[in-house]
Ligand binder design. Structure first.
Ligand SMILES: *Cc1c(COP(=O)(O)O)cnc(C)c1O
Length: 414
């Protein structure tokens, strides 16, 4: 609150495509997709039109004992896309994580293994900030104050290749990290319900990227020891890493997939947890207490579901994944000078995410880079000394050029 006196929030009057406009007519290129949620630009005409149409039909109805067309169609389409046949809806990412954790534990209870109460996550993981989600998050700044309120959880070494030994390839390092997971589960599988992981990119850790072999191994290890695999695709789902879902790059299907952020194209809060027939069957019973008793007032909100359907339509109609491959290749060519900048380290890319570290960064680098960026009309939110680009997919080649040029100058200046 006190910092806002020196750095007042930027009042935004409107948005169009990848640009945000303030009240003085200045504009800012939203290079972080408004915290990783926006896919097809602000005020996208097609999503706007779908929402207007939905508004004339039904804005909201409870999903208990009732249903509606957008939630049915969305469930069917998500099921086709993920290969998981059952969906449970929440309102944001953290609630999706809570749902997956509770459902995993409850599955084991219903299956006669009530001792499986523990959760395992990766070092430097981020899964949201409600108490259950924060318990499996590993970011000290967000977690330490609330430690007395949190459940114990275990963190195993992250496969993030920035942590590899000199000379070790990302793949070798990922395999070594997978051995640590195996060692942990070999000892503790009887008390472990699930392993939760951000597939391919640990976003809040500063876009830490890792080799897909880790997910392949994690799937094998979880199967061997009877532990659920929860894929937190909240940040990486919907094409961010190049495939519709990041797990596809490892040929892996999780027991639970958590989706949110880009699911509505960045329009409205919505999350979904997709799961398997096996999990579903364990809750299918006459006894109410064996059912999954978890509810949110706005679960399956029709407007949010309709925005999600319009988002999926754009993926299909514009063959977005193929278009993004070309855009990413272009961006990598244009980024060459930045990659070769003497202060840039660990330049990396996955799909529509780019990240690098700045060497000799001053202590307040993130804030200064953010401020200088805004002055130049570029919205960047560095994490520590990590600068990243996660633009809406509608960014044009000219806008990519401009983003790279401004960033190069920023790095010289901050
Ligand atoms: C953002 C995020 C969450 C939390 O989502 P909210 O909607 O902010 O609660 C959880 N997991 C990952 C990987 C995220 O990036």
């Amino acid at each position: 609150m006190k910092q806002l006196e020196d750095y007042p929030p930027v009042p935004i009057s409107r948005g169009e495509g990848i640009w945000l406009y303030d009240f003085e007519g200045r504009r800012y290129l939203d290079a972080v997709s408004s915290w990783w949620v926006n896919l097809f630009g602000h005020c996208n005409p097609r999503i706007n039109a779908a929402l207007r149409e939905q508004l004339e039909q039904i804005e909201h109805v409870m999903l208990a004992g009732f249903t509606h067309a957008p939630v049915i169609e969305l469930s069917e389409r998500l099921s086709r896309l993920t290969g998981l046949g059952h969906a449970f809806y929440g309102s944001d990412g953290a609630s999706a994580v809570e749902i997956a954790l509770k459902m995993s534990f409850h599955y084991w209870c219903n299956s006669g293994q009530p001792g499986k109460t523990e959760f395992v996550s990766l070092q430097n993981s981020y899964h949201g900030e409600t108490l259950g989600a924060l318990s499996v998050t590993d970011v000290a700044l967000f977690k330490d104050t609330y430690a007395p309120l949190l459940r114990h959880s275990v963190q195993v070494p992250s496969p993030d290749w920035r942590l590899a030994e000199p000379g070790e390839t990302p793949e070798q390092y990922a395999l070594r990290a997978a051995e640590s997971l195996e060692n942990h589960l070999a000892k503790h599988h009887a008390t472990t319900a699930a392993f939760i992981v951000e597939p391919l990119v640990q976003g809040a850790a500063g876009m830490g990227m890792y080799h897909p072999v880790y997910l392949k191994k994690a799937r094998e290890i979880c199967d061997r020891y009877g532990v659920h695999l929860i894929a937190d695709e909240i940040a990486v789902g919907f094409g961010r890493t190049g495939t519709m879902f990041a797990c596809e790059q490892a040929g892996v299907t999780a027991d639970f997939i958590c989706l949110s952020k880009g699911i509505t194209g960045g329009y409205l809060p919505l999350s979904a947890v997709l799961t398997t027939d096996t999990i579903y069957a364990a809750f299918y019973d006459d006894a109410t207490a064996r059912g999954f008793l978890h509810s949110h007032s706005y679960t399956g909100n029709p407007l949010a579901c309709r925005a999600a359907l319009a988002t999926l339509d754009i993926f299909e109609q514009d063959d977005v994944l193929a278009a993004n491959r070309n855009k990413a290749a272009y961006c990598n060519r244009v980024a060459a000078p930045l990659r070769d900048h003497p202060r840039v380290r660990n330049f990396r890319n996955a799909g529509m995410i780019w990240a690098f570290e700045i060497s000799d960064a001053p202590a307040d680098f993130a804030r200064r880079c953010y401020q200088r960026g805004l002055e130049a009309g570029l919205l960047l939110r560095p994490i520590g000394n990590t600068v990243y680009f996660m633009p809406p997919y509608v960014i044009s080649e000219a806008e990519i050029n401009w983003m790279m040029e401004v960033s190069y100058r920023l790095i010289d200046a901050v």
